[in-house]
Design a binder for this molecule. Structure first.
Ligand SMILES: [Zn+2]
Length: 124
């Protein structure tokens, strides 16, 4: 969370503009880097949605992702907003802990896809 310098309202970390007064916030290079990371897609959510939601501490989304059809919508929402929601609701101890987990989840997704491809060629 950051605070708007004009109206003192809370602004989400990934926003450059205040939602209530439209004031453009000047982000420090470090904050800019964080905002960019939070706005990035969570590729892991695309390939193993349930595992990703669990790892990202988005437990309600984990349950929703188990519901047929709804799970498909959840996949896309998590792909786009996953990092932001996880950062906001995940109760992470630090930014480092959060980014480490996000990278681990993306890495696991790649491994998971490679295993699926392997299985495909093996049973074909
Ligand atoms: Zn404002």
């Amino acid at each position: 969370m950051q605070t708007c310098k004009q109206c003192k309202k809370d602004v989400e970390l990934w926003n450059k503009k205040c939602g209530s007064c439209g004031f453009h916030l000047v982000l420090e290079p470090d904050e800019m880097r964080r905002a960019r990371f939070l706005r990035g897609p969570s590729l892991g959510a695309m390939f193993f949605t349930q595992g990703w939601a669990l790892g990202a501490k988005l437990y309600l989304w984990f349950l929703l992702s188990l519901v047929p059809i709804v799970g498909f919508v959840v996949l896309f929402l998590l792909l786009i907003f996953g990092r932001r929601w996880s950062w906001k609701y995940g109760a992470w101890a630090s930014w480092e802990e959060f980014t480490r987990r996000m990278r681990l989840l993306d890495f696991l997704a790649v491994i998971w896809v490679l295993i699926l491809i392997g299985i495909y060629f093996w049973i074909r």
